[in-house]
Design a protein around this ligand. Structure first.
Ligand code: AMP
Length: 527
């Protein structure tokens, strides 16, 4: 229950395939809150029909019979202007669909613990600023006060270390002794995203050393390998393509996921596929499945090795390999990590729920630092968390577009894997006398060619003093906040005054858009 009428603190893991909400009690213990069906995992699937939205397992199952009304894997489209397909005949913003999932989590949790307004939501470490902003906006549309965004691997590491110290057993218990520290690699393979992060953990200090990943790689790609294999066999035997029919494709994808999960425990599983009065029966072995997905595993191995290098370490210096995300239950993942790391990966972490618990702990850290003093933590709970330091790095380099010779290049101001918060400046010169504004294109990414990076938006410096001569210097300072969000300030170096500066995002939502979408979501009956 909310303590003394104060709002509950929650952490939310808004996942590609599942979402989880966790609460922090007044003693700063994090626990997941089951949905109304008693399940701590809510499928991130939405079935829309008129003014009703069904969120969860039932919506996921509805995809097999009524695909046109179902939205799934919305997280993969975060940062895009629209969700990849029509739902119930309409185009939606990914933020709005995510907000419906968040509303469902909030609504179910409130039935158990009372009012919630403040939340920390997690994002993959690899999410760029556009996707982070989209996640924050989804929270606002859902009526949540998003007090922070935190990286999923950081959340997992927080829960691992804090809960480990409190329990007094396992490797993390050793952090409780003075000077105790350990270096961990968090390998996070969820339903639709993948990242690897190296963290150094001490009693009250959590430092990310390096991070990398892919936003378009996850369990869904393993499902797709089975889908393609079955479809190929079907075509070979019956000469028709079951994937030509969208409904059949969705049903096959669901079947593939079930088979994949079975193959984590069993050596083989039967697969039956029906299409246009033809049937295909086959047996898929784990060995075959591992062969089909060999290059996906290899991809994650390359990223893992790269991140260890970027942290300026070797595998011998990694004390623990922590597994996060449902897809790490596939034996091929543990096998690969055991081989390259030279030690067995730690799977005792409750891969599905640890991120939400870490997010709730982080909400407590924010609250205990007094930034959110009206929140529900008693003195002992607050004491435990108030001097915890969480240090992050940026997953993408931040730069601006610059003209070099006749080519537009990416002039990097803040290289990737820099410890946050961090700011860097660059001086620009007015090309036109009397100009009162300067436009600067802000880029996130690693390519030296400007066009090959993500354009976050344009930084508009305006209201410069009148009558500045051509060539007048204007300093633009870009900064990454602790949560990976970008902000900007500008200084007119002639007069020494701060100029008005803001980042205008091409597809980002404005406050008015958020209000309009919130009205829509509020009118829905969510079940
Ligand atoms: P997450 O978003 O972290 O909950 O991960 C969800 C992904 O994990 C989905 O792609 C699931 O199919 C996958 N998953 C869950 N359990 C298993 C399992 N036992 N074996 C293989 N994959 C699994």
């Amino acid at each position: 229950m909310a303590v003394g009428g104060k709002d509950n603190l929650v952490g939310i893991d808004l996942g590609t395939t599942f979402s989880v909400i966790a609460q922090l009690d007044s003693k700063a213990n994090a626990t997941t809150i089951p949905n109304k069906d008693g399940d701590p995992l809510t499928a991130s699937a939405i079935y829309l029909d008129g003014d009703t939205a069904v969120v969860g397992k039932a919506a996921k199952q509805a995809a097999a019979v009524d695909a046109g009304k179902v939205a799934q894997f919305v997280k993969r489209d975060m940062g895009q202007p629209v969700y990849s397909r029509r739902v119930a005949g309409r185009l939606f913003r990914p933020e709005t669909l995510s907000a419906i999932i968040l509303r469902k989590l909030k609504q179910d949790a409130e039935r158990r613990i009372g009012p919630i307004s403040k939340a920390v939501i997690t994002v993959p470490a690899f999410f760029d600023d556009t996707r982070r902003k989209a996640t924050e906006d989804a929270g606002r549309i859902a009526g949540l006060d998003v007090i922070d965004i935190i990286n999923e691997p950081t959340a997992a590491a927080l829960a691992y270390a804090i809960e480990g110290q409190r329990s007094g057993s396992g490797p993390a218990a050793a952090l409780d002794v003075p000077g105790g520290s350990l270096t961990a690699l968090v390998y996070d393979l969820g339903g639709g995203t993948f990242d690897v992060t190296v963290v150094r953990l001490a009693a009250k200090r959590f430092e990310t050393l390096a991070t990398d990943g892919a936003v378009q790689l996850g369990g869904k790609d393993w499902d797709e390998k089975i889908v393609q294999y079955v479809a190929e066999e079907f075509r070979r035997r019956h000469g028709i393509d079951p994937l030509a029919d969208e409904q059949r494709r969705d049903a096959l994808a669901a079947l593939a996921e079930r088979s994949k999960i079975l193959l984590s425990d069993l050596p083989q599983t039967p697969i039956e596929c029906f299409h246009q009065e033809h049937a295909l029966n086959l047996v898929l072995t784990r060995e075959q499945f591992e062969e089909l997905s060999r290059e996906l595993v290899a991809q994650t191995q390359i990223v893992s090795e790269l991140v260890v290098q970027q942290a300026k370490l070797n595998w011998g210096q990694i004390d623990r390999v922590l597994l996060v995300g449902g897809s790490t239950r596939m034996p091929m993942i543990k096998e690969m990590l055991g081989r390259v790391a030279g030690k067995e990966a730690d799977d005792g972490l409750d891969a599905d729920q640890v991120v939400a618990r870490g997010a709730a702990l982080h909400a407590g850290i924010v609250a205990a630092k007094g930034r959110e003093s009206d929140l529900a933590l008693d003195e002992s709970g607050a004491d435990d968390l108030k001097d915890v330091v969480v240090l992050n790095v940026n997953a993408h380099s931040l730069g601006v577009e610059a003209l070099k010779g006749d080519r537009y290049v990416n002039a990097v101001l803040i290289p990737k894997n820099t410890q946050l918060p961090y700011a860097a400046s660059r001086v620009f010169h007015l090309t036109q006398a009397g100009a009162t504004r300067v436009r600067v294109k802000v880029l996130e990414g690693e390519s030296p060619v400007a066009a090959d990076n993500i354009q976050i938006g344009e930084c508009l410096v305006s209201q410069l003093p009148p009558r500045l001569p051509a060539g007048s210097p204007v300093q633009v300072r870009l900064s990454y906040g602790e949560n990976g969000r970008i902000s900007v300030v500008a200084l007119d170096m002639t007069g020494g005054a701060f100029a008005h500066a803001e980042i205008q995002r091409e597809y980002g939502l404005t406050d008015d858009d958020i209000e309009r979408e919130a009205e829509f979501v509020n009118r829905l009956k969510i079940r």
